[in-house]
Design a protein around this ligand. Structure first.
Ligand code: PEP
Ligand code: MG
Length: 955
């Protein structure tokens, strides 16, 4: 017989933490807490398999009812009361809880079991009639909304009216008569809406609540959340039925939430909030501002209301002991929920605490130093993509800023955008290309799309664990919460701060690390790899066996790459050195030249710029390998498009515009990705290759004289888009000849290597032959994916989501390497290349070099290095270390903090798989992950300001 129901309570449990798939996260951890002796109200869990059965068949398994009744009996004997009893009634909560955390996305029903009789018993037992009727009206409101589908706004209106009538503002100021009347009115409203009485039978209520919890697995909110967080659709939720405990039973009762350490910055301080005389959802809803748990936090925040430590010292000490016990047991930070009922502490939940990347790193390093986990475990603790969160810009230290308000620093990083007050508008404006800050009194799960679209979130109410704070942290969005001096007038589209009034659309900056709200647009800076981050990265480097290089061609990118720990440059796209400013004119002149003389003239101008740039790269990398690829300019990126551009190039070249136009027409190709590009250019125009070789070797000679170490770098010259050995030989001949000439002219001896990219299936298959001449291989997996699949890098963005939806591709192959096809070609090429030249170095320089899953493939396949965009270098370092550790049998710990979304799929997809590859792909990555949008285009990617598919305009 299948076991559908698992009991827990009274110091024992049938389940445990390891069977999360069956019991859901909440159920498994309740069982675990019960079995380690923590004060957990007794209960039972209906497994996720019940949900799946329910979804597939529309009914429950046959023997479920019987198992639930038995479990209920056990629960009754553990709780010492009886479900539906008119003297000593048991009330239960019915809560959802899936395998993966989906906070607030599914439903919960509290106080199940209340009716006209049991409410009287509750009143008598608690000696608090007001409390009993408040619980009853909450129950009707919640049940009617969640289970019966009656619009919640009816009840909200009635509640408002009751408060107006009584002349009070807060719910808890209502008198018992008001609540009794509300209960009657609520029931009448249910009857009016549904034509049926509100259910009074506790068994009916229980099954209604269980059904609603299971159904909530497929509500739109939950579906969106799963889509955004890559949580599989299958799996379902468990339903946890648990004896109710009440935090709203007077002033010796309370509800609270806490993290065992600070989830924002990782400090080893107990971190949380509580509300006296309140139920748990009051704390997270952010409707009342909670108080601090510790005295230290209260003083740090200048809060006057007493902390739990001061208010209930005995309970606080008990809670502190549980905090320690949980951390030692789970060896991780826990996010807990507790209730104090008449001075007695109950634990309602523990789960691994979601945290910012900064906190995740700090905690991993601290826990290693405290001896709780090993260094290897610390390295395995973060998903490499989380590091992306650390690349948030922060407000520049010396920036001029006008602080207009202050709230809680709920999620770190700076965000700048236009003020919007509603989630839908946030989405609309972002899809129109604007950046927005979502400003709300508080957020609810219905705002999730707005939170996702916005640069950052600002709320006027709620604490560090309010919905806005938790969700923003999990999404990696900066958030300032509870900025109480702000006043939102949504109808008028205004935000008031004292005398200052901001209109919807006005610019605002927020600093989620300090809680500051700043007027206008404030300059930001990038963070550095320091402190715990540096420590963790250095541990990662201890275990890493693959090298990590960067794809970089500008001075700024090279410096950044080195700062981020790159061990060389794996790809200098030399044509990209001419994207910026007026340089493109010289490049265009060279491309458009109609005879050798004109081309040589243009090349001569390029030579000096090229030599200077490469010298700089050699100097910065100072002895580390630098792989310089010969020109690979797809013509569509460089041909002038407009009349103005044509005449500008003609003027600069001193030739009639007609001639330039004719030549541009001649050169235009339908698909330049497969056309006259890569080494084919140098085959047709050897002088191009000669110029570049001259620039590279001249730069090497000069760097040998001028770089800090005075070492002459070993230049690695890379030939792009090679298909045949003959092509490679011709080009290598030119390079060798030029190297000899430069050595003579400069009177130096230097070593250099000439290698090839493997970007075409033919090159992969011919790798054995190519290795006779080529001294290294670098897999250009952008083009290799394109040419293997026959998919254009420029166009797949438009239909890739259909492919994913139909299950044809699990991942965009331009993001995560297609192991079955492209990966197979790489393996063939490696085997064949190594059998010809056993000591050959091989790496990857396509964008996959920065993708953790693809990096794992590179490790398993035995590549020597990965090379990726500078901002991905730390990600690649960590991913490579994890792959190496995995190969040694280290287990990946489930990562808890937010993972940036996959940039290539989903409604947010703005990524174009374009040929201006590293730049555009990186830009897409940044856009996809929601960070660094500004500086990426400005600083390192100036070339792409006009959009990824267009060469920059000259004017
Ligand atoms: C590649 O094709 O993978 C590559 C690195 O070259 P590019 O993106 O410049 O075509
Ligand atoms: Mg390529």
């Amino acid at each position: 017989m299948t076991k559908w129901v698992y009991n827990f309570g009274a110091g024992e449990a049938e389940g445990h933490a390891e069977i999360k798939d069956l019991l859901g996260n909440k159920g498994a951890n309740l069982a675990e807490m019960a079995s380690i002796g923590l004060p957990v109200p007794p209960g039972f869990t209906l497994t996720t398999e019940v949900c799946s059965h329910f979804e597939q068949t529309g009914s429950y398994p046959q023997d479920l009812k019987e198992q639930v009744q038995k479990a209920l009996q056990i629960l009754e004997s553990r709780a010492g009361c009886k479900f539906g009893d008119s003297e000593n009634p048991l009330l239960v909560s019915v809560r959802s809880g899936a395998r993966a955390r989906m906070p607030g996305m599914m439903d919960t029903v509290l106080n199940v079991g209340l009716n006209a009789k049991t409410v009287e018993a509750l009143a008598e037992q608690s000696d608090d009639r007001r409390f009993a009727f408040d619980s009853y009206r909450r129950f009707i409101q919640m049940y009617a909304d969640i289970v019966l589908g009656v619009d919640a706004c009816h009840f909200e209106k009635m509640l408002q009216r009751a408060k107006q009538k009584r002349g009070v503002k807060q719910d808890h100021e209502l008198q018992v008569e008001d609540l009794e009347r509300l209960v009657r009115d609520y029931k009448t409203r249910v009857f009016v809406e549904l034509g049926e009485e509100f259910p009074t039978d506790p068994q009916v209520q229980l099954w209604g609540a269980i059904g609603a919890v299971f159904k909530s697995w497929t509500n739109p909110r939950a579906k969106t959340y799963r889509e955004l967080h890559d949580i599989p659709e299958e799996g379902g939720t468990a339903a946890n039925v648990q004896a109710m405990v009440f935090g709203n039973m007077g002033h010796d009762s309370a509800s609270g939430v806490a993290f065992t350490r600070n989830p924002s910055n990782g400090d080893n301080h107990f971190y949380g909030e509580f509300l006296l005389n309140a139920q748990g959802e009051d704390v997270v809803a952010g409707i009342r501002t909670p108080s601090e748990l510790t005295m230290q936090a209260r003083m740090a925040h200048g809060n006057n209301s007493p902390s739990l430590e001061e208010k209930m010292p005995k309970v606080f000490r008990e809670l502190m002991a549980i905090r320690d016990q949980l951390e030692k047991h789970y060896k991780d930070v826990q996010d807990i929920e507790f209730t104090i009922q008449k001075g007695k502490l109950y634990m309602l939940q523990t789960r691994s605490g979601k945290r910012t990347t900064q906190a995740a790193i700090q905690i991993a390093v601290d826990m290693t130093n405290e001896g709780l986990i090993t260094k290897q475990q610390a390295v395995m603790r973060l998903h490499p993509s989380q590091i992306d969160q650390l690349l948030h810009p922060t407000i520049a230290e010396n920036a001029k800023k006008q602080i207009i308000a202050k709230g809680l620093p709920a999620s770190p990083g700076a965000a700048i955008g236009k003020v919007v007050f509603c989630a839908d508008e946030a989405v609309q404006r972002v899809s129109d290309g604007e950046k927005v800050i979502l400003v709300r009194n508080e957020t609810s799960p219905d705002d999730i799309h707005g939170l996702h679209a916005a640069e950052g979130v600002l709320t006027t109410r709620g604490g560090m664990t309010s919905h806005a704070a938790v969700v923003a942290r999990s999404m990696g969005r900066p958030c300032v919460a509870g900025a109480g001096h702000l006043e939102i007038d949504e109808a008028a589209g205004k935000l008031k701060i004292g005398d200052l009034v901001l209109e919807k659309g006005d610019k605002l900056s927020i600093d989620g690390s300090t809680g500051e709200v700043l007027l206008g647009e404030v300059p930001t800076v990038l963070p550095k790899v320091t402190g715990a981050f540096r420590t963790l990265m250095s541990w990662a480097d201890e275990y890493r066996t693959m090298q990590v290089r960067a794809n970089a061609e500008t001075k700024a990118d090279a410096i950044l790459a080195k700062d981020f720990g790159a061990e060389g440059i794996g790809l200098v796209r030399t044509e990209h050195m001419f994207f910026a400013g007026m340089r493109i004119t010289a490049m265009r002149q060279m491309i458009l030249a109609s005879d050798t003389k004109d081309r040589k003239d243009a090349l001569h101008r390029l030579l000096f710029m090229q030599r200077e740039d490469i010298t700089e790269l050699f100097q910065i990398m100072d002895g580390q390998p630098v792989t310089i690829r010969l020109f690979d300019p797809p013509l569509h990126e460089f041909l002038p498009n407009t009349e103005a551009e044509l005449s500008y190039v003609a003027r600069a070249a001193g030739v009639p515009v007609e001639r330039v136009r004719r030549r541009a027409t001649e050169l235009r190709e339908f698909n330049p990705m497969l056309g006259h590009r890569g080494c084919r250019l140098a085959i047709t125009y050897p002088e191009i290759c000669e110029m570049q070789a001259r620039a590279i070797f001249g730069a090497a000679a000069e760097a040998g004289r001028t770089s800090p170490s005075k070492k002459t770098p070993v230049a690695e010259v890379m030939v792009p888009l090679v298909a045949t050995l003959e092509e490679f030989k011709i080009i290598k001949g030119i390079i060798d000849k030029t190297a000899a000439a430069v050595q003579k002219e400069e009177n130096v001896n230097f070593t250099y290597r000439v290698g090839t990219m493997i970007e075409l299936p033919r090159a992969a298959l011919q790798a054995g032959k190519l290795a006779e001449e080529a001294e290294f291989f670098s897999f250009g997996t952008n083009d290799l994916t394109q040419t293997t699949y026959g998919l254009s890098r420029d166009d797949t963005g438009t239909f890739m989501s259909d492919y994913k939806a139909k299950g044809i591709m699990a991942q965009d192959p331009f993001v995560t390497l297609d192991e079955e096809g492209v990966g197979e070609l790489i393996k063939v090429a490696m085997n064949r290349g190594l059998s010809t030249r056993p000591d050959m170095k091989m790496g990857i320089c396509g964008e996959h070099g920065g993708d953790p899953t693809s990096i794992d493939f590179c490790q398993r396949t035995g590549l020597n290095y990965v090379s990726c965009s500078p901002y991905r270098v730390p990600i690649a370092r960590l991913a490579a270390a994890q792959s190496a550790l995995k190969a040694q049998g280290e287990r990946v710990t489930e990562t808890r903090a937010a993972r940036p979304r996959n940039p290539s799929f989903g409604p947010w997809c703005r990524l174009v798989s374009t040929r201006a590859s590293s730049c555009a792909r990186f830009r897409g990555f940044l856009e996809g992950s929601g960070h660094l949008r500004e500086f990426s285009a400005e600083k390192s990617l100036g070339c792409l300001k006009g959009g990824p598919r267009q060469p920059p305009s000259l004017f």
